[in-house]
Design a protein around this ligand. Structure first.
Ligand code: BEZ
Length: 211
């Protein structure tokens, strides 16, 4: 069955380009992004891994570890990394899981047989420090993902885990947030000392509390 938001991210042990891991132990107490790609030595995947590697300082700042996976064996991952480094002008700095038996891919429902019988689609799972799934995304093989969008979502997830706010369409770090509907008007002054803007009874903005 597909994983849903709030489900525990299943644990597994697997070989990766940085050694064997127990997934939950590897995550530790931080956030994680597990993302699949269809196959090694393919053009879009090459650009995606390079984009994620170049953003590692941004993921680190937010306490987020990235890990990729495909159904290719470890030897293929190891052979491909020099190409990623060369063509994307980066240095691969996070592990790629080898899943030739499709154990992890099946656990995370990353193979969508009506799209492709064999290869993983472009799945993304953002996992919180409680090991619960906080976000899922599924892209087709033909569309590379936007890793800046993943950072933006992480910013929203980390903010909304701490404060009684939600983030509006196209929100970016530093912009006004929406006060969640459960907060009563009478509570706003105490919860949001930076003030509030009431547009409708259900649409109330406040400056980002932690910016
Ligand atoms: C790619 O990463 O370029 C790719 C992989 C599978 C199908 C199509 C494109």
């Amino acid at each position: 069955m597909a994983l849903r938001l709030g489900d525990e991210a299943p644990n597994f042990s697997a070989d990766t380009t940085e050694g064997k891991i127990d997934f939950h132990q590897w995550l530790g107490n931080g956030w994680g992004i597990l993302f699949s790609h269809p196959a090694d030595f393919t053009p879009v995947c090459t650009t995606e891994l390079g984009a994620a590697a170049k953003l590692k300082p941004e993921f680190d700042k937010r306490g987020v570890k990235c890990i990729a996976i495909s159904v290719d064996p470890l030897s293929a991952h190891q052979g491909w990394i020099p190409d990623i480094n060369e063509t994307q002008r980066c240095s691969m700095n996070f592990p790629i899981i080898a899943d030739p038996d499709r154990l992890v891919s099946s656990m995370y429902d990353m193979i969508h047989p009506n799209a492709d019988a064999t290869f993983t689609v472009r799945s993304v799972f953002i996992i919180g420090p409680d090991k619960k799934v906080k976000l899922t995304l599924t892209y087709p093989a033909s569309t590379g993902r936007n890793f800046l969008e993943l950072l933006r979502v992480i910013d929203s997830l980390q903010l909304t885990a701490k404060y009684k706010v939600a983030t509006p369409a196209n929100w970016e770090h530093g912009q006004d947030c929406i006060i969640t509907p459960a907060v009563k008007d009478a509570e706003i002054a105490a919860l949001f000392p930076k003030g509030a803007r009431h547009v409708k009874p259900y649409l109330r903005y406040t400056p980002q509390p932690n910016a």
